[in-house]
Unconditional design. Structure first.
Length: 264
């Protein structure tokens, strides 16, 4: 259980691709970065959070390893944390640790719900000036849907794998492409998202949710669609590109007029 390579190089590479790049493009991560007062604060916070995540992951793995020794016949591996906390910690500390774990889950869930409602109202619904009430209603609906999915899916790793496969397979190429390849177009990004999502779903249906090939099929399909459609459509307007460069350089306000949005 202490062999770092026990999962195999293929699984390790797939997990690195899926989860590291999934965090890189996650809306819930970006909305936290956007609250920083300066680029230096955002950079330092990102590095600090990354180091913390590595230590947190090692702690989780060690807890799981210890639980495997103390509870070799545990029916559900997802119960490992609660089982070992209940067995080895005194009453007061046990409650504190479980409360801290619940707080971490609530913090992650709240960030994810806000990210989903923001994308739904601003990007999908196109409500640039949506009200607080609209955002709250959307957050409530997304929360109900999330609870329903959580009740229906009883395998945490499988649920995470499916979610991150869709995230990375559908969004990695258009997001990175938008940052580094100015010949990319809106039509190319849209085609990349659709092609990647369809490829991921098809691969998971055909090969299983835990298939390592699903994420690679998704990224490959997304890349091909992004390149093909972008090159086949008219380049992005020069004024839009200028605004985009200004925003990337930290000089733009982030707001565009209606005409600029239509051209984008």
């Amino acid at each position: 259980m202490l062999d770092l390579g026990a999962a195999g190089p293929g699984t390790i590479a797939t997990y690195l691709l899926t989860y590291m790049l999934g965090l890189l493009i996650g809306q819930d991560i970006w909305q936290r970065v956007s609250t920083a007062r300066t680029p230096g604060i955002a950079r330092g916070a990102g590095i600090g959070a990354g180091i913390y995540c590595v230590l947190y992951a090692l702690a989780g793995a060690l807890i799981g390893t210890a639980t495997r020794v103390l509870h070799p016949g545990l029916a559900n591996p997802d119960d490992a944390f609660a089982a070992i906390a209940a067995d080895v910690l005194p009453a007061g500390l046990r409650g504190l640790v479980l409360a801290a774990a619940l707080a971490a889950v609530m913090s992650t869930a709240s960030g994810g719900l806000l990210a989903c409602s923001t994308v739904a109202t601003r990007d999908i619904g196109g409500l640039r000036s949506s009200s607080v009430a609209t955002n709250r209603l959307c957050t409530l609906l997304v929360g109900v849907l999330a609870v329903a999915i959580a009740v229906a899916v009883d395998d945490v790793v499988a649920a995470l794998t499916a979610a991150y496969n869709l995230l990375v397979g559908g969004l990695l190429v258009p997001i990175v492409g938008g940052l580094v390849w100015q010949r990319g177009t809106r039509s190319g990004a849209t085609a990349a998202m659709l092609a990647g999502a369809v490829a991921v779903v098809a691969a998971m249906v055909a090969l299983g949710v835990m298939s390592e090939a699903a994420i690679y099929w998704g990224v490959a399909a997304s890349l091909v669609a992004h390149l093909t459609v972008s090159l086949a459509t008219a380049p992005t307007d020069d004024e839009v590109l200028h605004r985009w460069r200004e925003r990337l350089a930290g000089r733009g306000s982030g707001d565009t007029d209606e005409a600029g949005r239509r051209r984008a």
